[in-house]
Structures are given as C-alpha cells and as structure tokens.
Design a protein around this ligand. Structure first.
Ligand code: ATP
Ligand code: MG
Length: 385
C-alpha cells in the first residue's frame, strides 16, 4: 500500500470498508440510483473506482468525470465520448453484445446539427439518443453509470449558461431514471466535490433529485483509522509504536483517510532522514503538512460560492472558532447582527459549513467546533491571522 495524498486511490492502495460496498450493492440490486454524499477529500472518487474495479460479470460499469464541462451540450458530448471510447467498448464485446453493437453504430452528427446518429438514421438530440441507447442494454446485464463531479457541472452550467438549462438537465436525468425500461437495467451513481444537494437547493430544484438514495461516505471509525495508519506505516517501512499512532490520530480527530495519508507522508519523509518516530517527530510532520497550501486552500476557496456578505460572515465564523476552539451558537448570532445578514441565509451557511465538513455541533447542539484540529490550525494561521 503506497502513501498517496491527493489522487484518488485504486486497487491495493484502497483501504476497504466492506460495509460501504455492501450498502451500495444493496441499492444497486434493488434498482435504486445513488448519490454519494461526503465533504471534500473523504474518498468519493476512490470509492467509485472500487465499484468500477470490483462489480461482478453481470455488471457493465463506466466512470465519467464531467468536472471540466461548462454547458449542457459539453456534458452530453463528454458522456457520449466516454461511452464510445475504445477501452470501454472493448470491455463489452462478448459481455454485452446489444450495447456493443449499438455503441459501434453511433455517429456524432456534423457540426450544426448537434446530436447523435445511430447508423444512417437522422440525427436525434443527445437526451433522446441516450435514452434509446440505455434501452438497448442487454437483458442479462446491468449498466452502472457513475458521474463524478456532476454537481460541479451543474454549478458550471448555472454560472456559464443559465439556471433554466441546469434545471432542464436535472429534469432530463430524472426522467431517464424514472423510465421503467431504463431503470430495470441501468443504475446511476452521482458524486461531486461540491454537494449536489446544496447546488440544486440554491436553484429550487431539489425535487429533481429526491428519488436518489443518499449514501454518506463517513470518515473512518477510530479502530479503522488505527488499523489503516498502522498498515500504511508498516507497508512503507516505518517502525511506529501504537502509542504514537494514537498520538498522530489525536492530531487529526476527524479521521478522513486523506489526513492520515498526509501525515504518514510527512512522517515518511522525516523517517528517511532519521529512522525514529516519537511525538516530536509527529509534531513536525503536522507542521510540515500544514505548510502545504494546496492541500488546504480549497477550504477557503469553497466559500466563494456564497454571496459576498455570506462569505464574509462564514469567514468570520470560522476564524472565531479557530481562535477560541469552541464557540457557542449565541456568539454566532451576534455575528449575524454585526454583518447585517439575513437570519435564514446565516442558517443556511452554518448548515453548509457542517455539511461540507468544516465544523460540527454534534457533542452539544449549542457548541461549534472544527471537525479536525488540522484544519482549525491551518485556518488560524492562514486565514484568521
Ligand atoms: N479508501 C481509501 N483508502 C486510502 N486512502 C484513501 C481512501 N479514500 C480516500 N483516500 C485518501 O483521500 C484522498 C482523496 O480521495 P478521493 O479523491 O477519492 O476523495 P474525494 O472525496 O473524491 O475528493 P474530492 O471531493 O476532492 O473530489 C486520496 O488521495 C487518499 O489520500
Ligand atoms: Mg473526487
């Protein structure tokens, strides 16, 4: 198991939580469609790769990332491009003949009349063609279409095209999912590093995704985190006492695998220079990890999706909590007054900060804290001061 802190992990580098895959398989088998829900960097893409690599012979699985697509048309082009990709088509011969034949017959229509042609047919629009294609999935197979960063695509369309276009795309997807001929043979799994639920709520379109089964990808439980950290160190030749693993996890608190990988990476670098791990080595590893701007900056940038006032409010909330470590909700109410922000918007922002993995009030509903001391310290050093 290599230490990987950044890219999605795959194969033997993936620390498996079998119960998560079982939850997912249950929904797939019962004909549901899935929304993977988790804050940034928790492991959604890695989990999608796991599904891609491990579903049995009776499934045809495709992973598509549409993060870079900024229009409805670009979304469909990317989708068809991936479906028509030689590597994917190659996995179908012998396995899913009908789908193979249909995909082979597709011709992207000439510029001007955008859409798809099957064989010599007249061009039809992407959504219709997609529906048509899904109906041709072989009866003994199930097609799993994973759309990563779909929420980003919707957000891009809202920003670059219009709310109406974004809503239309959400609606078309829902119609396709609800088509009973399709849903017998096709499963959609959506994910994104910004929450799809909050993106659609902003444009009053929650109704278009309320048929999706949400699967939360949670951080590791303490035992899993310990076992994962130990394995990561062992496999990378780092001799570490259990008490030091506990100390290291104490620096993380919110056990997302990314933070464990990040500290393991820094410990490994220090270990290479002096093969010893103790608490002061771990403290240095934490310091080094916190100096990597690229690993944390997205937490600040994410606030740009709030209104200008909302952003200022959110920043001050986080800065206050990073300074005081825990803050009572009435202190946050004082900030609402100070910033002359609407009560409802402030509530929505606090909800988003919880949902996106910054803070929680789970111990006591009145007390807010950062999920992880790592982010708290980074915020304190880089944003609050
Ligand atoms: N199952 C896992 N086993 C080991 N490491 C993992 C696992 N899942 C995630 N990671 C760690 O977390 C990092 C981020 O993983 P991944 O890209 O899958 O998360 P994500 O939720 O898709 O992130 P984003 O929201 O930014 O798209 C990886 O580089 C790796 O360090
Ligand atoms: Mg991802």
């Amino acid at each position: 198991m290599a230490i990987i802190a950044g890219q999605a992990v795959r194969g033997e580098n993936f620390w498996d939580r079998p119960y998560l895959m079982e939850d997912i398989t249950d929904i797939i088998e019962s004909g549901g469609h899935i929304l993977l829900v988790a804050p940034r960097r928790v492991g959604k893409t890695s989990l999608m790769y796991k599904i891609l690599d491990t579903m049995g012979e009776e499934y045809v699985v495709i992973y598509i990332n549409t993060e870079a697509e900024h229009s409805v048309e670009a979304f469909w082009e990317k989708l068809f491009h991936e479906l028509m990709d030689d590597e994917f088509i190659g996995t179908l011969s012998n396995k899913a003949n009908n789908l193979w034949t249909k995909l082979k017959s597709i011709r992207l229509s000439e510029a001007g009349t955008k859409g798809i042609k099957f064989g010599d047919s007249e061009p039809i629009d992407y959504a219709k063609a997609f529906l048509d294609l899904l109906k041709s999935v072989d009866t003994d197979k199930k097609l799993i279409i994973m759309l990563d960063e779909f929420s980003q695509t919707i957000e891009n369309i809202i920003q670059r095209e219009s709310i109406e276009k974004a809503e239309q795309l959400l609606k078309v997807h829902r119609e396709i999912r609800q088509n009973h001929k399709v849903s017998e043979k096709t499963v959609f799994i959506y994910a994104g590093s910004i929450g799809l639920e909050s993106v659609v709520a902003n444009i009053n379109s929650s109704k278009h995704i309320n048929d999706l089964a949400s699967i939360a990808v949670p951080p590791f439980e303490a035992e899993d985190a310990k076992a994962f950290a130990k394995d990561l160190c062992d496999k990378n030749g780092i001799a570490i006492e259990e008490s030091d693993i506990v100390y290291m996890l104490g620096k993380i608190e919110w056990y997302i695998p990314f933070y464990i990988q990040l500290l393991a990476q820094e410990v490994k670098r220090l270990y290479r220079r002096n093969p010893e791990v103790n608490e002061s080595v771990i403290d240095r590893a934490v310091e080094n990890a916190l100096s990597n701007r690229k690993d944390f900056i997205h937490w600040e940038e994410r606030l740009n999706t709030f209104s200008k006032k909302g952003r200022v409010y959110a920043k001050e909330v986080l800065s206050l909590i990073s300074t005081k470590k825990s803050v009572e909700s009435k202190e946050l109410s004082n900030l609402v007054v100070k910033h002359k922000i609407k009560e409802a918007e402030a509530k929505e922002i606090i909800h988003a900060l919880k949902y996106d993995g910054y803070i929680n009030n789970s111990g006591d509903a009145r007390i807010y804290r950062f999920n992880s001391p790592l982010l708290r310290i980074w915020w304190y050093n880089n944003v609050a001061n």
